[in-house]
Design a protein around this ligand. Structure first.
Ligand code: FPP
Length: 248
């Protein structure tokens, strides 16, 4: 709470996107196999979801599995898929207790059947909640999302549902997986890597980027608060000059 008191409640990010990185290195540092890092990453997911909900952040979006992650060793992929099932089942009551609605973006219908089923069950069981929306990006990659949107658009043009010259940002937004949420104000990436890795490329256009060396399993509420305080000290200009912002 002492940490939270330094957070300005009137300048909270409305949407925080997170790249949860560093599980494998965390496991290595503990002389364990990679999946041990993912298993311990679940605690950080719980902690950050709870911390964001406490601050009444409306949207939290976690990059849980990318399209490129299928190329990892089969054992790691299978363990991750089982971990998603187990976690979604286990955390349902906590999500409901915190009034959190579970949501997903990505090519989720191509997930293994059990993972997809657990996801649908979690989304249905929390659909009545009107607090924070916790979105898992699962089997997601931004280029896949943008290409899918273009394919939808092409079909609409072909069927005469839209004139090609009428496309604008708002319309394109509506074709994306994130059509029902605002763009992220803040992107957090753990583990010291400074890149966006095919995550929300369109939506991050004006997001503040925050990189920390902390490995994901170690990331806790006070780290989240630190990221939000840093965000609150940034000047967001959206293409304007600093002087224009002062005079507005
Ligand atoms: C990246 O770290 C992490 C992932 C690909 C998986 C993220 C999954 C979790 C945190 C598990 C639980 C999640 C949910 C939503 C239940 P890395 O493996 O690339 O780490 P490294 O760069 O150190 O190897």
């Amino acid at each position: 709470m002492a940490q939270e008191s330094h957070i300005d409640p009137n300048n909270l990010p409305q949407h925080i996107a997170v790249i949860m990185d560093g599980n494998g290195r965390w496991a290595k540092n503990h002389n364990k196999v990679r999946v041990f890092g993912h298993q311990n990453g679940v605690q950080a997911v719980r902690e950050i979801s709870e911390g964001a909900a406490e601050l009444q952040i409306p949207y939290l979006t976690l990059f849980a599995f990318s399209k490129e992650n299928w190329n990892r060793p089969a054992f790691e992929v299978n363990t991750l898929m089982k971990l998603f099932v187990k976690t979604m089942d286990k955390e349902l009551s906590t999500l409901n207790k915190n009034n959190i609605r579970l949501n997903a973006i990505g090519d989720v219908t191509s997930l293994p059947k059990e993972t997809y089923k657990a996801l649908l069950k979690g989304m249905q069981a929390t659909s009545h909640n009107d607090g924070m929306v916790l979105t898992l990006a699962l089997n997601y990659s931004s280029r896949w999302e943008i290409l899918s949107a273009i394919k939808k658009y092409g079909t609409m043009v072909k069927n005469g549902e839209i004139k090609p010259e009428l496309i604008d940002e708002e319309f394109f937004n509506g074709l994306l997986e994130t059509s029902d949420m605002p763009d992220p104000d803040l992107l957090i990436r753990t583990s010291g890597e400074c890149r966006v890795s095919n995550y929300l490329l369109w939506q991050l256009s004006y997001s503040e980027l925050y990189f920390t060396d902390v490995l994901w399993p170690d990331f806790n509420k006070s780290h989240l608060h630190e990221a939000i305080r840093t965000y609150q000290n940034r000047e967001r200009r959206f293409g304007l000059t600093g002087e224009q912002l002062i005079n507005s």
